[in-house]
Design a binder for this molecule. Sequence first.
Ligand code: SRM
Ligand code: SF4
Length: 581
Amino acid sequence: MAPKPNRTATRDRDLSQPLAKLDPNETLKARSRFLRGTIENSLADPVTGSISEDDAKLVKFHGMYMQDDRDVREERHRQKLEPDYQFMVRVRLPGGVLDAPQWLALDGIAREYGRGSLRLTTRQTFQIHGVMKPNLRATLQRLDAILLDTIAACGDDCRGVMCSVNPALSELHREVYALANRASAHMRPKSGAYREIWLGEECIAGGDPDLNEEPFYGPTYLPRKFKIGFAIPPINDIDVYTQDLGFIAIADGETLQGFNVCVGGGMGRTDRVPRTYPRLADVIGFVTPDQVLDLSRQVISIQRDYGDRVDRNRARFKYTLDVHGIPWFCSELETRLGFALSPARAFRFDTNNDSFGWQRGSDGRWHLTVFIENGRVTNQRDCQLLDALRGIALEHGVQFRLTPNQNLVVSGVEARAREDINALLTLHHVDFDSKQSALRRSSMACVAFPTCGLAMAESERYLPAFLTKFEALLRDHGLDTQAISVRMTGCPNGCARPYVAEIGLTGRAPGKYNLYMGGGAHGQRLNVLHTENIAEAKIFEILRPLVARYARERSPGEPFGDFVQRIGVLRSAASHDVSVN
Ligand code: SRM
Ligand code: SF4
């Protein structure tokens, strides 16, 4: 029997009825007057640096999270002070592309309101941490002045759209990036709440449910976040199989023919909730470029209508697909689209990492990919990255591109400007030649402490030291130049996509991690849990003999993840490469 849509949660729903069985977030959204809630009142309250619990959920749709500095939480509690409330603001930046004036404005915001730090994320955008409540409006207004916003950077909607960076393929990148940009605009919520609350624009619809401001989403938006990404082979930098909806560009040279479509990827799992799990996307067919926007809308409409709105732990699209099955989904999609997808076409990925240093694009311009450890852009005593990039933006009319691996491309540089840029970086002690090891350059950590409210263990602040020890181990076995992807997160949510890494470490408690191994070197295979809840000493006790065996027994060119999978040291052999249906 065909499944019934969750009609109570769609735009047809009668708003006067209680949403008894639904997750409380559904009631909150429905009653929020299209995301307005009581945010204005919360902002006006001078007594606290926080906003109300409900408003804290609603501001996610406006691109920000209420947080507190967890390093001082206990001390403040002892002193009977409220937590050090502050906000993380996430920019909507499809494909991670921005120009020099936009960079300068972000730099200014970071210095004035963001404690001198910009954080490049695993989805190619900026997070500004530490923004105090009274500075939120000014921050968003300054973004608006450079034509940026934070709409739907978080929340139950279509989030930041990703796009492979691939500097060498200038024309193809331009075309695919333009589509990523259009997909982001196409799926952006239409509520006027953002412009009223943050930019002071006049209230027109005012959240009147009869004047439906969200013709697509309706008053309850999506059951959960939804993520889209565009990959350009041979580089799977966006980890296309981890996206809810992924597009793999199929091109003849630099002529775009269309995209293979993948559905149902996702990383998040919840500790001790086995009905949650990471899942890689299924490749279901091929569409032409002009079909991409309609396809995106229809895929998301199925998730809007059938996604689980009772159990939020199971509300992601991957579970909707597992509950109803891929054949049902494909048939529902074709009915809504009015056409069938063509069979998927052949493609090949080689890596999901970035290529560092200078590269010449097919349009003759130059692009410099700079390694940014865990995406953190600040000024430190030994490296003034924020100043260096500000200098480049001031003196050169370049573009910047953020990579899905938290790195940065200084893009579109004329040949004669290269030396100047090298000199500026050297002056500020920025390692643009990537003297860092291949191991470090292939690794990522999520933010975790002190800002992430969900962190159980350190990540960004611990991975550098962990890698120094791992580098020594590799050196002992003559593997100094070996790239192995190590991805660390402070909890099982998977923000650094750890479940497709060759080695994944996900936080369980302070100093304790789950160790996963055997992921594919270009993101095509999930890794497998090796040992739970272990500290650094135990992790290295496990890695030491494995690295020694890898040095002795690996086949030529065999990635570490493949080797570990092949020699059968993993508890389960359930993981397999993504196949094309
Ligand atoms: Fe994430 C929640 C940071 C990419 C899965 N993520 C969070 C929050 C907002 C914590 C919270 O809810 O209170 C983190 C803020 C920390 C801080 O202080 O900044 C956070 N996620 C990040 C970033 C900044 C990690 C990074 O170091 O770069 C990434 C921002 C991306 C962006 O620009 O939009 C980030 N998060 C991801 C990814 C990777 C991706 O999308 O490619 C994932 C896994 C893919 C997926 O969605 O399945 C991811 N984040 C989650 C989840 C688990 C979702 C789930 O399905 O269970 C949560 C928790 C939640 O949503 O309840 C979460
Ligand atoms: Fe926070 Fe967990 Fe995401 Fe890390 S993986 S940023 S600890 S939610």
